[in-house]
Ligand binder design. Structure first.
Ligand code: IVH
Length: 661
């Protein structure tokens, strides 16, 4: 009986291996079923015989209350990412710098979740998730349900192997088809479903999910006298693990890069999802030489495929009010990684765009990143509809101030006609942090809008008080400790921006980059500007009546003066570094043309002096030219000056003026 029992285990395990790992069935389904039934019967009558590696142990059954923790024998690291071929070349250069003549193994990067498997005397003892890399969860019961993970390996050794658990596209599609038929919401992607399945407390459910595996890492190759990663893969294969047949050796990075195109083309034909390729240094000694950072090995890297289109769920549509009061619908998405960044919203431009694409809330939609910057919604996946999706309704009132919206003349867009709509405040804030003004990195338009709507930033002063809300910010989606600290640093850095940037940022009507500089140059600090009279202001070239009036009005307003007072208190710089305007009766405010060779000074040196005194030097003579400076051998500019009756200064006059300076 015992002999037959052992024989059955051997036959069934072999049949499983041939069918699942090698994809080469050796017996018929009927034969398999009858052998399994025979095995079950023996185990029912003789439970004392049951072996850990009996195929019946894969069926699942135990229901856990929670997962135990397993501390990894060695940390389970992740991989550094590269996104283009030049970054791969840099990886190669870093290796060559260590005087290594690299040989690489290029592997598919399986889009699943990593697992650590421990075997003792050849018997599977435990399976663990990666967790935080140091401590993972004990998923042994569920791992046992995976047919390509041997319960017993071909040598009675102690060994740990690591790899990926994934769900095939075929199984995924089957499960989803079934769910849709039953009126349930389909799963989004194979990885999420695989992750959800492996964390089932009821291993029966995990078993039904028919997960699969590829093993790709042997943490202790030296224990088995293996010299290369490739040998380690071969060794693990000989033990009975499923090794990806697409692993390939290269000793030249350019050949490897060429091969990537081939892998990219093959991707859609695979029965499992891959999200890139992993490049590993083959020689184990070389791996040791390169070493590790805290997070990843320096001897390997992951090339991530550019995600042209990615599927996600359109959770909602949120309307925002833009700079001019224009209403824009935004897609609120289940966060996804597209081309290396996490996307959780995308513009939908206007309601016409939504109707044209027939987007509905609840749809699975495809999105891509156009020009590598702006995520764009491509289309809904009609076949994934369940009938519960909702049409997007255009709003009638401003989401900020509730004013009834109006349509633009073109009838394409809607806008909020309320001039005091807080959306205008948002516009002001966006302007304040923009590159030309205070240049606060990390406070993009969307973030300002979000922070405004969440109440973190209602006015300019709040930006500088954001550091008091760091703990709240860290909790927000898309933010972390690092990005919040970067943001706070960038805000602090902006405090030392010169006066012209602040003037620009305050949003005084008519003050652009150029006038901000002119005013800063003339007044040097904000107090001088606040005290400048209308008459004083209009003496400045480029400042007309309207602008002078705007400036006076702005600084008459108590709120604005208060804002400046508070900004000062917060340590915002109110001075410029631009040298104060030198006034000079000869040059200031005049337009010059220089022609011919001057005896004591080069033309471009004289140009600098004139500009320093706020004169202008141009190339061609026109009726607007005030003075033409004429040296030896003048060109036609001299004749033109005579014709236009323009004042002429000769070499002697220039020498005299230069002496006076
Ligand atoms: S090697 C120390 N090889 O990618 C080396 N990882 O982004 C550890 N992955 O956590 C990993 N396919 O879950 C390796 N062929 C492959 C892989 C692979 C998928 C996953 C793995 C890892 C993640 C890093």
């Amino acid at each position: 009986m015992k002999q037959r029992y052992n024989e059955l285990i051997k036959i069934i395990n072999e049949a499983d291996y041939n069918y699942h790992t090698l994809d080469k069935p050796t017996i018929t389904d009927q034969e398999y079923d009858s052998l399994l039934r025979e095995l079950f019967e023996i185990e029912e009558n003789h439970p004392e015989l049951i072996r850990d590696d009996s195929p019946t142990q894969r069926a699942g059954g135990q229901i856990l209350e929670g997962f135990n923790k397993i501390t990894h024998q060695k940390p389970m690291l992740s991989l550094s990412d590269v996104f283009n071929y030049d970054e791969i070349r840099l990886f190669d250069e870093r290796i060559k710098k260590e005087h290594i003549k690299p040989e690489y193994i290029c592997e598919q990067k399986i889009d699943g979740l990593s697992v650590s498997l421990i075997y003792e005397k050849g018997i599977l003892k435990s399976g663990a998730t990666r967790g935080n890399g140091i401590v993972g969860e004990d998923i042994t019961n569920n791992v046992k349900t995976i047919k390509t993970i041997p319960l017993k390996i071909n040598k009675p050794i102690d060994i740990e192997v690591r790899g990926e658990i994934y769900m095939s596209k075929k199984v995924f599609n089957k499960i989803n088809a079934e769910r849709i038929k039953n009126g349930l919401e389909p799963f989004l992607n194979t990885r999420n479903l695989a992750a959800g399945s492996i964390r089932q407390l009821d291993s029966k459910i995990a078993a039904q999910r028919k997960l699969d595996s590829f093993i790709y890492h042997l943490p202790n190759p030296e224990d088995f006298s293996l010299k290369t990663h490739y040998e380690a893969l071969e060794f693990m294969k000989s033990l009975g693990f499923k090794i990806n047949p697409n692993n390939k050796k290269f000793n030249n990075i350019e050949d490897l890069i060429n091969y990537i195109e081939y892998e990219k083309a093959k991707r859609p034909t695979l029965n499992y999802d891959i999200d890139g390729l992993v490049i590993k240094l083959n020689n184990i000694d070389d791996q040791f030489k390169m070493g590790y950072t805290a997070k990843y090995p320096k001897w390997a890297t992951a090339y991530k495929f550019p995600a042209e289109t990615v599927l996600t769920k359109l959770k909602d549509v949120a309307f925002t009010v833009g700079r001019t009061g224009q209403i824009t619908p935004n897609a609120i998405l289940d966060p996804v990684i597209v081309a290396g960044s996490k996307i959780s919203r995308a513009t939908l431009h206007n309601i016409g765009y939504i109707k044209e694409k027939d987007l509905r809330i609840g749809d699975i939609i495809s999105i891509h990143k156009a020009g590598d910057v702006i995520p764009e919604v491509v289309s809904p996946i009609i076949s994934r509809r369940t009938g519960t999706e909702k049409e997007v309704e255009m709003i009638t009132n401003c989401p900020i101030c509730n004013t009834l919206l109006k349509q633009t003349n073109s009838k394409i867009d809607y806008f909020c006609p309320n001039n005091n709509c807080p959306a205008r405040n948002i516009e002001g804030l966006i302007h304040f942090v923009s590159r030309e003004a205070m240049n606060i990195e990390g406070l993009g338009e969307a973030i300002i809008e979000d922070f405004y709507n969440m109440g973190f930033i209602k006015n300019i002063l709040d930006i500088y008080n954001l550091k008091n809300h760091q703990n709240d910010l860290i909790e927000l989606e898309g933010f972390g400790k690092k990005s919040v600290s970067n943001l706070i640093n960038s805000i602090e850095k902006s405090k030392s921006k010169p006066l012209e940037n602040l003037l620009m940022g305050l949003g005084i009507k008519g003050i652009g980059e150029k006038t901000a500089k002119i005013l800063a140059k003339k007044y040097q600090n904000i107090d001088n500007l606040i005290n400048a009279t209308f008459n004083d202001l209009i003496t400045i070239k480029d400042v007309g009546n309207v602008l002078a009036n705007n400036i006076c009005e702005y600084f008459k307003n108590e709120d604005n003066l208060n804002l400046i007072k508070e900004l000062k208190k917060l340590g915002i710089n109110m001075k410029t570094n631009i040298k104060k305007l030198n006034e000079n009766k000869y040059f200031t405010g005049k337009k010059f043309v220089i022609t011919g060779t001057l005896s004591n000074i080069k033309r471009n040196e004289l140009k600098k002096i004139i500009e320093n005194y706020n004169g202008e030097v141009s190339e061609s003579v026109s009726s607007k030219t005030d003075v033409v400076i004429v040296g030896e051998n003048p060109g036609s500019k001299y004749d033109k000056a005579i014709n236009l009756n323009i004042e002429i200064w000769n070499d002697e006059k220039i020498n005299q003026i230069l002496n006076e300076l």
